[in-house]
Design a protein around this ligand. Structure first.
Ligand SMILES: Nc1ncnc2c1ncn2[C@@H]1O[C@H](COP(=O)(O)OP(=O)(O)OP(=O)(O)O)[C@@H](O)[C@H]1O
Length: 615
């Protein structure tokens, strides 16, 4: 007999199950069949149209805020999956533990199609509400699941092909679901594998975060995999196993139910390794594992972030070419090779630096940002190196550790490196060479373990030639450089504008950008780059009512006119705010993106320029 094609098989299976009430074993995967049964038994009707209403915008914002920690934790993976999803015409989705979609990003066209079947933020994709689907079924089955085309319970969802994996916390609770969805008509090879790999990374960081300072025992068959997300991790309290990651459960042949019951002696025949040691450990099964016990010495260091920005709108998205560069630089950072980020103001240097940190092996360590241009010269030394009690007038009684020591175990981000005073440059170079810090006013040098990312809008080679920047420090820090393109030079300015709109939740607010508007925006010069773009998008979003499609008329007046091929002279007539904006744009362009220089030229402060660019 001729074998049925997969589309024929699913058609027959649906007919037998939904019309004939017969279980079509062999025609669909057994887990899909089990899910159809659960849905039918709970009263869902596959012949009906699913009614899936998104929750109100404010209620969704509240849920998103409640899950901010999860969203932040998953952001690196969401963004890297977003880059590939975007190319493959699919979307990546993060949901809460109950299947409520919190974030959806990816290919704009498919996002619109998916939204038509309610695959969008604010809609619950639990099995009980939405029938068989990858997100809901993965939650029920507590494992990664793929649901293709008409395997979905409801027919309209047959246009989707979805792969989802639950995200487990170290005690076995599902805290969310990561999903990749695309057109059912396209084969999405490796989608499930990509999702599983991403979840492995997320769970790895979640583990570290939930047990800061705890004694984590890490093990693997292959010692090379220790220290990677592939290692098993467990925590014992009073000799009882209280937490584990999925790798550990696999390696030890356990399931989540054993947490809280299994004792150390039930698992291992060897004694616990001494803190810090890597040893061979024999399991009760006779198997040998390489294990390391992490001493609980990690002190949580308060992260000082002089340029801390509000959590709101802190989602970063990266153009594919930048995402690729980030990938490479994470590896360099992990090998302790400093990175120098170059780019005009607002091109996202600090965002990239934070992303590098978030993805690096130092992700659980601090990220300390120092703006070399913002600290007064007299204070910057004390701020960086710390000081002994009473080192100078005005010093705190108890002294201060300094930002370099605050960054121990993490990343030090030196913004506006070109503005670092020369005297400080030599001291700083010594720290990089000797990896220790001596506080002002004397005292013993303290060892520091920091990775350095620096940023500048200047051409530092010119500063070196002019003698205002030390050549040896330049070569030390600029071992790897990443140039962030001005917005106008992005490979696809249109794609960047659309991605930024999603990043600020524009679509979720029910407001859309018309093609005309996006094309016009893509032709503008954007001297303030992404900062200016995000500022403009945000103000348009705030002003628009839900359901609106924005056009060129919705832009601030100074951005509505078509671009002139040569920079126009600053007009002397017209609305004051527009004249002001144009003067700022011109000054920044004339100073090649150097905001400090533009501010000096205009006789206003840098922060005033930033405020006006974000307006
Ligand atoms: N990758 C990104 N995703 C989302 N928003 C971004 C991104 N990069 C930049 N932005 C927006 O631009 C603003 C400025 O970014 P950032 O501070 O990283 O730029 P910068 O190059 O360090 O600027 P400067 O050199 O002037 O300090 C951010 O607050 C954000 O609104």
């Amino acid at each position: 007999m001729r074998q049925l094609s997969s589309s024929e098989a699913i058609t027959v299976a649906r007919r037998r199950f939904f019309d004939g009430g017969v279980a079509p074993h062999g025609l669909v995967p057994e887990n899909i069949l089990a899910s159809w049964r659960r849905c039918a038994e709970s009263g869902l009707d596959a012949a009906a149209r699913p009614v899936l209403m998104p929750m109100e915008r404010h209620a969704l914002s509240e849920r998103q805020e409640r899950h901010e920690e999860l969203r932040r934790l998953c952001r690196p993976e969401l963004e890297s999956l977003y880059a590939s999803a975007n190319q493959a015409g699919s979307i990546v989705i993060l949901t809460a533990a109950d299947g409520l979609i919190l974030d959806a990003l990816g290919d704009a066209e498919f996002l619109t199609k998916a939204a038509r079947v309610a695959l969008k933020p604010g809609v619950p994709w639990s099995e009980a509400a939405t029938g068989t689907n990858a997100i809901g079924t993965a939650i029920v089955e507590r494992r990664a699941v793929e649901v293709r085309g008409q395997e979905h319970f409801y027919r309209p969802h047959g246009m989707l092909s979805c792969s989802a994996s639950p995200i487990f916390d170290p005690r076995g609770a599902v805290v969310g679901v990561l999903d990749l969805s695309g057109e059912a008509s396209i084969r999405h090879l490796h989608a499930l594998g990509m999702v599983q790999l991403a979840v492995e990374q997320i769970e790895y960081r979640l583990f570290e975060r939930q047990f800061p300072g705890a004694e984590i025992v890490r093990f693997q068959h292959d010692p090379e995999l220790l220290g990677t997300p592939r290692e098993g991790m467990v925590v014992f309290e009073n000799h009882k196993l209280v937490a584990a990651n999925r790798q550990a459960l696999r390696l030890l042949g356990l399931d989540w139910n054993e947490l809280g019951r299994t004792r150390y002696d039930d698992l291992f025949a060897s004694a616990l390794p001494r803190p810090g040691d890597t040893v061979g450990m024999r399991c009760q099964t006779g198997e040998l594992l390489h294990a390391r016990r992490e001493a609980s010495t990690r002190v949580s260091v308060p992260v000082r972030q002089p340029r801390a920005k509000p959590a709101r709108n802190a989602v970063s998205v990266f153009a594919p070419e930048i995402a690729q560069a980030i990938e490479r630089h994470v590896r360099l950072l992990d090998a302790d090779i400093p990175t120098l980020l170059q780019g005009e103001t607002g091109t996202g240097k600090e965002r990239v630096a934070r992303e590098l940190h978030r993805r690096s092996a130092r992700a659980t360590g601090p990220f300390v940002a120092v703006n070399c241009a913002a600290l007064p010269e007299g204070l910057i030394e004390a701020e960086l190196f710390g000081y002994q009690a009473g080192a100078f007038t005005g010093a705190r009684k108890e002294g201060a550790a300094g930002l370099l020591r605050d960054a121990d175990g993490g990343v030090l981000f030196l913004d506006e490196l070109g503005d670092m005073p020369l005297t400080l440059q030599s001291r700083f170079l010594r720290v990089l060479q000797e990896r220790e810090v001596t506080p002002l006013g004397g005292g013993r040098p303290c060892a520091v373990d920091i990775a350095v990312i620096a940023a500048t809008h200047q051409d530092l080679t010119l500063a070196v030639a002019a003698g205002t920047f030390r050549a040896d420090l330049y070569y030390r820090i600029a071992q790897a450089t990443m140039c962030l393109p001005a917005l106008r030079d992005h490979a696809s300015v249109i794609a960047t504008i659309r991605a930024m709109w999603l990043a600020i939740d524009g679509d979720e607010a029910g407001v859309r950008l018309s093609d005309d508007l996006v094309e016009h925006m893509a032709s503008l010069p954007w001297p303030g780059n992404l900062r200016q773009l995000v500022g403009v998008l945000r103000s348009m979003m705030v002003m628009a009512d839900a359901g609106r499609v924005l056009g060129i008329v919705d832009l601030p007046a100074e951005l509505r006119a078509p671009v002139q091929s040569r920079p126009a002279a600053v007009p002397t007539e017209g609305r004051l705010d527009i004249i002001e904006q144009q003067a700022i744009d011109q000054a920044i362009a004339q100073c090649r993106g150097n905001v400090a220089a533009a501010a000096r030229r205009l006789g206003i402060s840098r922060s005033t320029i930033y405020r006006k660019l974000e307006r």
